[in-house]
Design a binder for this molecule. Structure first.
Ligand code: GLU
Length: 471
């Protein structure tokens, strides 16, 4: 029986958690959870100039928000530098690596000549068979892998299928720099091995690296992982995803677009992965049906409409108390003040009528703001227009009728119907100026819901404000 599957996500903390990275993490997480394996997180912070603490936090935060929980503590690659160097020296000792004393000027010259002769640019192995004794005393050196020069290497990639490269195309790459620090190529391989990673699922921009990394794995006699190189996400126009296509960082989906984490997860899963025509796949269902072999070989595309549909679906199904918590900050931003406990309570009670209409939390907040506006309301022009002419008459009649009824849905309904009937118009005709006067807008939840949520005093006060203004 094969052993436990171990996957990992290995982001470089140089910015936010990119949605492409989140999707890669999701695939790894799902494969581990589906198979009862482990999902590990490794922060690849070896690039000291570009790695930042805020970027690390953004990644951890984004992963937690999406519910992509990892097993054990996250591993920090930079902290393992001495272990990486140890492997480089072991390779040196075994004769699978060598010291290269070529100076930067020498290598520049080598490349210039290759360019001039239209040859591929690669290290020419000048110290591969040379006696290190020939180097000047104390001269700095790098450690290079003695790569195979003959034959070919085939990777049976879970996503890309069989991919073959001639070994002669790969030069002797640097493992340790002259200051003794490990290169990224070495660090990845050593960490994956030490962490027991069985499946390396990552962006297909790393496919070429896999062939080089295999050189180290073979020289060390380590078990080769199974690779799955996932196509990067493209924009709706088919071009590689970039800023002009919209938000790239996971936190923008949360903080600026009002997307729920389960919706983003469902959406990312559905980019380039499918299970029949199942569109709404929640966390539990995803764990049940996910299979790496279902990842498409051509790049998936982003689709704003699809995201909105999925998000609306999860909003409709979400718990009202949770939605209240999530929507409150967006409402606060719109009305320019924090919500009181009473406001939150009202927001909570409104959820049932607000959430069927919203595609994201911003729309939910927009739909809720009328509840918290202070009188006299500032009016949209189109709403004001509804309060002219016949609108004003109907509003006056409705206000009068409402001021003497019990504040129940049935009584309110009957009162407004009577007004419509007396004026010989449809119910909608009366509802329009009522809505405008009560919300300052032309769209809102159903008029009786609005009246009930605002309550008698606030409703009548808002209606009377307009009567006063009209006089
Ligand atoms: N740190 C690399 C990146 O963020 C990933 C390396 C890997 O997955 O092997 O692109």
């Amino acid at each position: 029986m094969p052993g436990q599957i171990v996957t990992r996500f290995a982001p470089s903390p140089t910015g936010f958690l990119h949605i492409g990275g989140a999707r890669t993490a999701l695939f790894n997480w799902l494969w581990a959870r589906h198979t009862g394996g482990k999902f590990l997180l490794r922060i690849e912070d070896t690039d000291r100039a570009r790695s930042t603490q805020p970027a690390i936090e953004a990644i951890l935060d984004g992963m937690k928000w999406l519910g992509l929980d990892w097993d054990g503590d996250e591993v920090y690659q930079f902290a393992r530098a001495s272990r990486h160097a140890e492997v480089a020296f072991q390779l040196l000792e075994q004769g699978d690596a060598y010291k290269c004393f070529a100076t930067a000027e020498e290598l520049d010259e080598m490349r210039a000549q290759q360019r001039a002769n239209k040859l591929p640019m690669r290290y020419d192995g000048r110290w591969r068979n040379r006696d290190p004794q020939e180097a000047p005393e104390g001269a700095p050196f790098v450690v290079r892998l003695k790569a195979e020069t003959e034959g070919e290497t085939t990777i049976h990639d879970l996503v890309q299928g069989a991919v073959t490269v001639r070994n002669a195309e790969l030069d002797d790459m640097v493992l340790l720099r002259s200051d003794g620090t490990p290169t990224y190529m070495l660090a990845v391989v050593v960490d994956d091995h030490d962490m027991g990673v069985t499946h390396v699922i990552r962006g297909d921009d790393h496919l070429n690296n896999a062939f080089r990394q295999l050189g180290i794995i073979r020289a060390m006699g380590w078990q080769q992982p199974i690779y799955g190189h996932v196509p990067l996400i493209h924009g709706p126009d088919g071009a590689k995803l970039s800023k002009r296509h919209g938000a790239l960082g996971v936190e923008a989906y949360r903080d600026e677009m009002g997307i729920l984490p389960e919706a983003l997860m469902n959406y990312l899963l559905r980019i380039g992965w499918g299970h029949g025509d199942e569109e709404m796949i929640d966390r539990a269902r995803a764990i049940e049906i996910f299979d790496v072999s279902g990842i498409g070989r051509s790049p998936g595309r982003t689709d704003q409409k699809k995201l909105e549909n999925i998000n609306g679906h999860y909003i409709r199904g979400a718990d009202d108390a949770r939605l209240t918590e999530l929507t409150a900050p967006f409402v606060a931003k719109k009305i320019g003040r924090e919500l009181t406990a009473e406001d939150r309570d009202l927001l909570h009670r409104s959820m049932a009528v607000l959430k069927p209409r919203a595609k994201d939390l911003l729309e939910l907040a927009e739909g809720a703001t009328f509840l918290f506006r202070t009188r006299p309301l500032d009016m949209e022009d189109r709403a004001l227009a509804l309060l002219e002419g016949q609108g004003a008459e109907l509003l006056a009649a409705a206000t009068q009728a409402l001021s003497s009824v019990e504040w129940t849905s049935e009584a309110l309904d009957a009162a407004v119907r009577d007004v419509a009937e007396a004026a010989g118009v449809g119910l909608g005709k009366v509802a329009q100026p009522l809505r405008a006067a009560l919300t300052g807008r032309t769209t809102s939840p159903g008029i009786f819901d609005v009246l009930l949520l605002l309550g008698r005093d606030e409703s009548l006060a808002r209606l009377t404000d307009h009567k006063a203004a009209a006089n």
